[in-house]
Design a protein around this ligand. Structure first.
Ligand SMILES: Cc1cc2nc3c(=O)[nH]c(=O)nc-3n(C[C@H](O)[C@H](O)[C@H](O)COP(=O)(O)OP(=O)(O)OC[C@H]3O[C@@H](n4cnc5c(N)ncnc54)[C@H](O)[C@@H]3O)c2cc1C
Length: 415
């Protein structure tokens, strides 16, 4: 406790970032109200692959542009753009291209790695405090490649990880068989993130943190917030359930943050990299021991409490257009090829909205208009990884433990 019991805080958005933040601030002595338009874990945090990845690799890498045409032409490739959304995503894509320059890649890797390298220990604290340790595993995160060419294309990524201290091992056929004996023998190479962890049930984890927050005295309010107002002495969130005011507000609405942030003086190039999941029954014997990425296809098979989850690649189509579940269903033959014992009966399918900025770094910092508001969103493919780390940084900011933030790499006005 740091003696902040007189300060009230609103946390808007109850995904992994918002629930972790609400819980962490409450534990530090703030009086916290967590607000969501639906309830805890209604957004992207519900259906992801659950990996907590210690990796500095940003999404914009040198040479990626060369691969885009073939990615778009392949109906099972890692990237789709709905053509009706092309004009909307073009400015974001142009910024993304700028981030592939060598000096930008180094910058982004340095500051992404600075966050992901603390994720495991921040999760440890969160799981111990909330009694959820039984839902986390330490078996790492594995990428496998069936072609020499596919593996060679990872050269720049491996170099980057070596330079920035992200831990990994390169595995050959024999190592792969030892580590994942039930995986198809077509895979010749692996990259094993041996210090990474994974969650057996991301939804249960977010609900568990929200329950712990409530049990320790926190309030959860259901309200669809449409207006944020920062005044000299208070900040107010106005929504479907009226007005709520507090001393401080943390905005954690993931992919839906752009409009609310604009009301507080920030024009942030946030868009969504949509992704799907498809749940299949558990494979009792002959299963897999950790989430595994099929490198050439960029999809994941993740062992979860209630079955095997296939999570798909990236679709640019914004927040309004409906799902196209054919995208994820088309991957089933490759999933079967990857894990021959897989039973591909579909249990459920889901569409999620990764909140992404062109430089792959989240926004964690005050709004340009008011120090009473902290933004905490834009965690792209790594939001599950970075929830507790973001919560700790927000707490340090509110406690004034961080010194100058002028050149803070996660600031809102960096674009
Ligand atoms: C297919 C897929 C696989 C993924 N796999 C991984 C993985 O393995 N590891 C990893 O680290 N990350 C992964 N991710 C990314 C991760 O899921 C996201 O980055 C993360 O969930 C974002 O969390 P968040 O709390 O910022 O947002 P969300 O979980 O989306 O939460 C935002 C919340 O804000 C609420 N909200 C929105 N607007 C309003 C409003 N106006 N008023 C009130 N409430 C509002 C929503 O209801 C929602 O509950 C994956 C994502 C996808 C789609």
């Amino acid at each position: 406790m740091t003696g902040n019991t007189d300060q009230t805080v609103l946390v808007v958005g109850a995904g992994i970032v918002g629930t972790s933040t609400a819980y962490t601030l409450q534990k530090a002595g703030y009086r916290v109200t967590l607000i969501d338009r639906i309830g805890p874990c209604a957004g992207s945090s519900y259906g992801n692959a659950g990996a907590i990845v210690d990796s500095c690799v940003p999404n914009a890498l040198p040479g990626i542009l060369k691969s885009v045409p073939s990615m778009l032409l392949d109906p099972t490739g890692p990237l789709t753009i709905r053509w009706s959304y092309l004009h909307k995503i073009t400015p974001w894509l142009l910024r993304f291209v700028q981030e592939t320059r060598a000096e930008r890649v180094e910058h982004n890797a340095k500051y992404l790695g600075a966050l992901t390298s603390s994720a495991s220990s921040d999760w440890q604290v969160m799981m111990e405090n909330t009694g959820l340790q039984h839902l986390i595993r330490d078996e790492g995160w594995l990428k496998v490649y069936d072609s020499e060419e596919g593996f060679q294309e990872t050269h720049a990524m491996r170099d980057l990880m070596l330079r920035h201290g992200s831990p990994f091992e390169v595995l050959g056929i024999g190592d792969l068989r030892d580590l994942e004996p039930n995986l198809s023998h077509i895979f010749k190479h692996g990259i094993y993130h041996n210090k990474s962890r994974f969650l057996l049930n991301p939804e249960k984890v977010v609900h568990g943190i929200a329950d712990a927050f409530k049990q320790e005295g926190g309030d959860i309010v259901i309200s669809d917030i449409h207006t944020l107002r920062a005044e000299e002495n208070a900040v107010t969130a106005i929504g479907s359930h009226g007005n709520v005011s507090a001393d401080k507000l943390v905005l954690c609405t993931g992919a839906w943050s752009k409009k609310l942030a604009r009301q507080l003086g920030a024009d942030i190039p946030l868009d969504t990299e949509r992704g799907y999941h498809l749940m299949m029954p558990a494979v009792e014997e002959k299963g897999i021991g950790r989430p595994i990425v099929y490198g050439e296809k960029s999809f994941v098979l993740a062992p979860m409490e209630r079955g095997i989850r296939l999570t798909s690649q990236v679709e640019f189509a914004g927040l309004e257009r409906g799902p196209d579940f054919r995208r994820v269903r088309k991957l089933l033959p490759y999933a079967q090829k990857m894990l021959p014992s897989l039973k591909t009966d579909e249990q459920d399918v889901w569409l999620g909205y990764r909140p992404s900025l062109p430089d792959s770094l989240p926004i964690i910092g005050p709004s340009p208009e008011s120090n009473r508001v902290i933004f905490a969103f834009g965690h792209q493919h790594l939001g599950m990884t970075l929830g507790p780390t973001t919560a700790r940084l927000v707490k340090e900011m509110l406690n004034d433990e961080m010194g100058s933030r002028e050149m803070w790499p996660y600031r809102a006005n960096r674009f």
